[in-house]
Design a protein around this ligand. Sequence first.
Ligand SMILES: Cc1cc2nc3c(=O)[nH]c(=O)nc-3n(C[C@H](O)[C@H](O)[C@H](O)COP(=O)(O)OP(=O)(O)OC[C@H]3O[C@@H](n4cnc5c(N)ncnc54)[C@H](O)[C@@H]3O)c2cc1C
Length: 310
Amino acid sequence: MESKNIHKTIIVGSGPAGFTAAIYCGRANLNPLIFEGHQPGGQLTMTTMVENFPGYPEGVMGSELMEKMKQQALHFGATFVAETVVEADLKSKPFKIITQDGQTYLTETLIIASGANAKFLNLESEKELIGRGLSTCATCDGFFYRNKIVHIVGGGDTALEDAIFITKFAKKVYLVHRRDELRASKIMREKAKSNPKIEFIWNSVITKILHDDSGVNGVTVSNLKNGTTENRNTDGLFYAIGHTPNTSFLKGQVDLDDQGFIKTNNGPYTNIEGVFACGDVQDSYYRQAITAAGSGAMAAITLERFLEQH
Ligand SMILES: Cc1cc2nc3c(=O)[nH]c(=O)nc-3n(C[C@H](O)[C@H](O)[C@H](O)COP(=O)(O)OP(=O)(O)OC[C@H]3O[C@@H](n4cnc5c(N)ncnc54)[C@H](O)[C@@H]3O)c2cc1C
């Protein structure tokens, strides 16, 4: 069913980027409509304590921070719809947004803040161990592993950057990689290999996460070459095997890079006039709540000025 109402703006996504955009659009009297998607509140609802979001000297629980952002957006007139967008038609105006329940919404402008999800190994208990010894974000959680032993999975530049970063805290970092050579750039390989705290476990995969009531305490590592398996003690396990941006509903509509992230220029601009993107869906590098929130503000301010001019 198609609604006749043409919205000033629609925001896809309810993480830090979408909520911040909603607060700014709300305060600009644009009455934004926000689609919350499969993960209301976004990635931070998966974690426990967030210690690096400004304004919370003692830290804040991820879900509490997101609930506060939502309340702030509601306070300024945002409307939330508990639906996932499955298709978008951005070829003509007004733009059309189609949700899973078959509804079509019309809008003059669009902010895409649909985030990205870390890739997992799909081992047992992964989701319940997040924030309890399992992490997908070294920048966020490396700090918690002072003088601890950490295992990290991956072989690209991100994995090596993460491993090197974690050595600032941990006493030992084991990098588990399925091949006997790394995909990462030469400079990163050299840096990691010359770091005395990093040891490589080649030709190997993690097949099980060992844990007790307080969280991760070991991993089972299988060697793909000789078939041996060993249980290893660890205080933490980091995944650095990439992210999948939530852009499947945009195929053929907006320019994406080869990994599916939205290409933006000059801040939040996409290649379509009136369509803006912010947060992790267009940023495979920083991937932080504060950078996502900051880019949400930029998208909303840019959109507001765009509407004034058109
Ligand atoms: C376990 C964990 C711990 C972390 N810890 C920290 C930390 O301590 N500090 C920090 O700064 N960062 C941390 N991060 C990273 C941080 O969560 C992200 O950088 C941030 O959430 C990105 O915000 P975002 O708004 O761009 O996207 P997301 O938070 O990914 O939100 C995306 C939103 O889009 C919605 N969506 C997706 N597809 C659709 C669709 N088709 N239709 C409608 N809605 C859709 C989702 O439901 C979700 O609401 C952590 C991440 C994880 C996974």
